[in-house]
Design a protein around this ligand. Sequence first.
Ligand code: SF4
Ligand code: SF4
Length: 167
Amino acid sequence: MSYTSDSLEQMRARAVAGYKATRQLFRGLKKQKAQQLDKFFHAEHQKEFHHIDCLECANCCKSISPAMYTTDVRRMAASLKMKMQDFIDAYLLLDEDEEYVFKTSPCPFLGEDNYCAIYPSRPRACREYPHTDRKRMYQILDLTARNTKVCPAVFNIAERLKSGGGL
Ligand code: SF4
Ligand code: SF4
């Protein structure tokens, strides 16, 4: 499945229009047993990433920044043979939660071909995005609702839930 900037913009517009309903629906999922919720999301995650190729999308890298920990920053700086402080000065700032984020969007390491220039050293949050295969999904339902505005996989999962599919 290939995504154009137009198709991603259309998805975002639909996600924004339906966001209130999505958030309510996802908050309602907190009543589900944790294991059942994880099982549902993990199956949906597999289904989505069976047909989505992130290299045909890269919308997360283009539109949001991962939050980064010191270990992430140290690893990225080392991979570029830079001093950590030089790396911070060049690429990062602290957001309102005092977490490091990239200064610029799209990500400075995203190539024209959607490849990540620091892929083996990328931040943990990049490796785990969109987090729909992690344990204890009940802890990140608000974040997952927000991610319907960014990630086609999460958008599709929410749409299926809204139309009665799943749990
Ligand atoms: S994780 Fe989601 S938003 Fe990021 S590239 Fe893959 S499909 Fe696109
Ligand atoms: S570090 Fe790599 S994976 Fe993470 S946002 Fe930048 S380009 Fe994407």
